[in-house]
Design a protein around this ligand. Structure first.
Ligand code: SF4
Ligand code: SF4
Length: 129
């Protein structure tokens, strides 16, 4: 169903910038488990810690885990997992327009109403799991 409304173009726009999303405690644990190194080493090699805020390091203006796509897909933070099919799209057309203008993987041809019908069904399916 997802492929009806989204196909990632691996452009990397969502993984670039001066900062990344912040990791929750669960995100950190999932990432440590996925990478398979001690937490201390994961923090030193890959993370940027400022007070209580844990983010991923930036290398060449991209998240350290970006290399023609996300290299830690199963271990990535939940905020990364929500992108670009974010539930806020359902609440407001302007969110759809903002997100689709930042992400070339969003399929806009079908129009906002049809897109929302599919996204809504997709989110319900995920919630049922
Ligand atoms: S911006 Fe969209 S198309 Fe580009 S890498 Fe991110 S999810 Fe994929
Ligand atoms: S963890 Fe993966 S999806 Fe999230 S910003 Fe880094 S490369 Fe992108």
């Amino acid at each position: 169903m997802e492929e009806e409304i989204f196909a990632c173009q691996q452009c990397g726009y969502c993984c670039q910038g001066e900062t990344t999303v912040s990791l929750t405690d669960d995100d950190l644990q999932r990432m440590v488990d996925y990478i398979g190194l001690p937490e201390k080493e994961v923090k030193e090699k890959y993370l940027r810690i400022t007070g209580n805020v844990i983010q991923m390091k930036i290398v060449d203006r991209h998240c350290i885990f970006f290399d023609k796509g996300c290299t830690v897909h199963p271990g990535k933070p939940w905020r990364c997992s929500q992108w670009p099919l974010h539930p806020s799209i359902l609440q407001d057309r302007s969110n759809f327009e903002a997100i689709s203008s930042s992400c070339p993987g969003i399929k806009t041809d079908m129009g906002y109403e049809k897109f929302c019908a599919i996204l809504s069904a997709l989110i319900s399916t995920k919630e049922d799991k």
